[in-house]
Ligand binder design. Structure first.
Ligand SMILES: [Zn+2]
Length: 238
């Protein structure tokens, strides 16, 4: 989940494209050559170092439970490590495994203390924000503990460049396994409960755009688009 729908996302971008030869190399058959001109062959396999984007089927399927026999595997450890790496690299507050292309029930959240200094105090208070150390849940289950609904703007790194107001429950409880595979339970309220609900939605193939207040859906850099005469680009890499 993206915390700050700020101008920060509106930076320059370096063009990227795959390049193919324009004629078959001597060692290739004609068929192999013309197939590679349009192939959908995947050359970059998950877990990714970037966020998958809305439209990617991985964001629309129900993520699978991590099987018990793999809880202690180096592969699972690598997925969790990559999630934390990507979470921090893109400076956000929550991530779910499908966002790095892995359809497994894993989420990670972190709300750093320094964020308070970067936001107006009124925003911090109104949104009921508070520090949350890095928290990883494997096969999490969410229970609502406070059904009061709070409506605030939120963004998502998988819907890059946009934000909208979304209603979320004020209090939730997460249960599941921690990074070490131990049973864990955590009560969350306010903004941290919002992060948890947002990330849990990802495990069900849902995005905030499915239940946002559509009238508040906004491009996070619409002002910059005007001031910079449209010369604004949103990077999907970092
Ligand atoms: Zn998200």
């Amino acid at each position: 989940m993206r915390l700050k729908p700020l101008m920060k996302v509106c930076q320059g971008i370096v063009g990227q494209s795959r390049s193919f030869g324009t004629s078959p190399a001597a060692s290739q058959t004609f068929r192999k050559w013309y197939q590679q001109l349009w192939t959908t062959e995947r050359t970059n396999l998950p877990p990714y170092n970037h966020f998958t984007q809305i439209g990617d089927p991985v964001l629309r399927q129900q993520a699978a439970v991590v099987p018990k026999e793999h809880l202690d595997s180096p592969e699972l450890k690598a997925i969790v490590e990559r999630m934390v790496k990507v979470l921090r690299k893109f400076d956000c507050v929550g991530i779910a495994a499908p966002q790095i292309g892995v359809s497994l029930r894993i989420i990670a959240m972190e709300f750093k203390g320094r964020i308070r200094k970067e936001l107006p105090e009124a925003v911090y208070q109104t949104r009921q924000m508070s520090e949350l150390p890095l928290t990883v849940f494997i096969n999490p289950v969410l229970t609502v503990t406070n059904y009061t609904k709070l409506k605030h703007p939120e963004g998502c790194m998988s819907v890059r460049g946009y934000s909208a107001e979304v209603e979320r429950f004020e209090g939730v409880k997460l249960t599941g396994l921690d990074q070490q595979g131990n049973q864990s339970e955590l009560a969350l309220s306010g903004w941290n409960a919002r992060i948890a609900q947002h990330e849990m939605d990802h495990l069900e193939g849902k995005l905030y755009t499915d239940h946002m207040d559509r009238s508040t859906f906004a491009c996070t850099c619409w002002e910059a688009v005007n001031t910079k005469s449209g010369r604004v680009e949103i990077p999907f890499y970092k």
